[in-house]
Design a protein around this ligand. Sequence first.
Ligand SMILES: Nc1ncnc2c1ncn2[C@@H]1O[C@H](COP(=O)(O)OP(=O)(O)O)[C@@H](O)[C@H]1O
Ligand SMILES: [Mg+2]
Length: 265
Amino acid sequence: MHMPAISPSEAPILDLQNVSAGYRRGGLLSPPQHPVLRDITLSVRRGEAMGLLGESGSGKSTLGRVILGLLPALSGTIRFDGQALPRSTGAAWRDLRRRIQVVFQDSNSTLHPAHTILWSLTEPMRIHGLGTPEEREARALAMLEDVGLEPGMARAMPKSLSGGQRQRVGIARALMLSPELIVADEPVSALDVSVQAQVLNLLKSVQQKHGLTILFISHDMPVVEAFCDRAAVMAKGELVEIGSPLELLRDPKTEATRRLCVVSN
Ligand SMILES: Nc1ncnc2c1ncn2[C@@H]1O[C@H](COP(=O)(O)OP(=O)(O)O)[C@@H](O)[C@H]1O
Ligand SMILES: [Mg+2]
């Protein structure tokens, strides 16, 4: 078959074609509810900060889960670096789990409350059987430095950290396995506005230093405007509009985008 020539830099790192997804009401054999996501088609370039913008309940986190392989798509295809994501979450996902990482709204969920920060930072390498204990610790300290935290923080317990520090640790943890794509689901939504700006700046510098692609999920237009190169607007499980934040603000084509822009003004 003849394929048009695409230079590697132009090939999308993440490519979704007509993706639908939903949750099952009961057990595995129960039929899925009506789809929460319908017919999502989206292409993300390598190195890009792509926003996923929409009001609460529009399906943003669900789409994040599908991309992370935590929820199977009902139909459609998702390609990561040209390779179709496996439907099952078994062994085929092992390598992908390393290359696609996540940062949650509250990194408490990824920090073990009874263990030090160092323990939680090195956990992904332990799970993947990477490095010696010394190598894991060295990597953790380097990542702490990258996110602007003192090395001494490695010995701290999660509960002694501020919200901003916890998000920095969450970002450091996501970096431990040198991922190519990070899904950041409302990464600054739980923080005070002044701390939001610091963590956004940090995430941007980390993105540039490590050449990361970031899928940045947010309900907050000013945050998306500050961070993203482009944004896709979601409403009721559908992707309704895509453009640069400035285009969306200046010339919203849909009611959903208009609402998100007005709320923030
Ligand atoms: N675990 C779940 N089981 C069933 N329905 C869910 C679950 N999580 C989310 N939903 C539903 O899916 C829709 C989209 O939710 P979500 O993806 O969390 O939206 P957002 O992240 O944009 O706020 C909502 O109607 C929500 O109630
Ligand atoms: Mg959400």
